[in-house]
Ligand binder design. Structure first.
Ligand SMILES: *[C@@H]1O[C@H](CO)[C@@H](O)[C@H](O)[C@H]1NC(C)=O
Length: 312
């Protein structure tokens, strides 16, 4: 066998989410609503943080970067899924499929590192408050972002290296609405048992490890906060609970996805929708509606914009 035999599959066919007309209509409105809201919400955070001088602090700069990542992440699978909902034949080219895998892993890996950086930021702010601004200076923030994107890219390329050379010789139907590695390698005309193990080890264990590490560091910060009963603990507590909620929402579906042995249940399709459209929408909700500073800043930015218009 040589490479020429392998290039039979030039596109993949998605089975989509459901054949029922009612469910499709529901999913269409549900996904549109949350997709548009997540774009607006994350843009709102980016605009507010970049234009409000009072929010010029490492925590908000990292938060704005998280929103940029969410903007990209929510645009990888959701728009195509929404357009495909009412199509009889949902296809994606081989290259498109690889691109979806590449971007979702690059952005997902970056988000993972960024969530850790945000935990570290809270650790320094709460456990070493006097050194906060010297430790989290702008050079450190930039380095964090560079490291996060570099790790995301390396992780994604490593995942792709497992996939691009697989022989696809005919089967091309994916019971899904986007391309992901666990389902894709099942279509390859070769024994993928070892490969599946490698993928699970790579994505699954990294997610699980990162998740446990994050939860432990937040518990550590909470205990420190409790012990010293520092001034204004309620504000620190609400920031921490927001961070922890985002961590659980981000990692929950991911861990389920990669650690669960059978990727053919309906449950994980719906979890995937949750990850694709709901999680990026929830980040701005969690951070803006529960954060007074942020709400005040949004009002300030908007009233400035209005004032600016009037003065023209
Ligand atoms: C992301 O982080 C970098 C480095 O700290 C910062 O310069 C940039 O303004 C941030 N992006 C946003 C949208 O705030």
């Amino acid at each position: 066998m040589n490479g020429a035999n392998y290039s039979v599959v030039s596109e993949f066919v998605f089975l989509g989410l459901s054949d029922s007309q009612e469910i499709q209509i529901f999913l269409f409105f549900f996904s549109c609503l949350f997709y548009v809201s997540s774009i607006m919400g994350n843009l709102l955070i980016v605009v507010t943080v970049t234009s409000d001088p009072y929010l010029y602090s490492p925590m908000y700069i990292l938060l704005a970067n998280l929103s940029v990542i969410d903007l990209i992440f929510s645009s990888i699978a959701a728009p195509k899924m929404i357009c495909d909902l009412f199509r009889k034949r949902k296809v994606i080219s081989f290259g498109g499929c690889i691109a979806q895998i590449f971007f979702s892993h690059a952005v997902g890996g970056t988000e993972m590192v960024l969530l850790m950086a945000m935990a570290f930021d809270r650790y320094v702010a709460i456990c070493k408050p006097l050194h906060y601004l010297t430790i989290m200076n702008s050079r450190v923030c930039i380095s964090i972002l560079v490291v996060a994107w570099t790790i995301g890219l390396i992780h994604s390329l490593a995942q792709l290296a497992f996939v691009v050379n697989l022989p696809f010789c005919g089967p091309n139907v994916l019971d899904s609405f986007y391309c992901d590695i666990p389902r894709l390698i099942k279509l390859a005309c070769t024994d993928t048992y070892k490969l599946e193990f490698m993928i699970t080890a790579n994505s699954g264990l990294i997610s699980l490890g990162a998740f446990l590490l994050l939860i432990l560091s937040y518990i550590f910060i909470l205990v420190t906060l409790q012990k010293h009963s520092l001034g204004g603990p309620s504000k620190a507590l609400s920031t921490l609970s927001a961070h922890m909620t985002v961590v659980v929402l981000f990692f929950g579906p991911l861990i389920f996805f990669y650690m669960w042995p059978s990727p053919s249940t309906h449950l994980d399709k719906f979890l995937a929708i949750f990850d694709a459209v709901l999680t990026p929408f929830l980040n701005p909700v969690i951070y803006t509606f529960r954060n007074r500073e942020m709400k005040v800043a949004i009002k300030r930015v908007f009233s400035q914009l209005m004032g600016f218009r009037k003065s023209i």
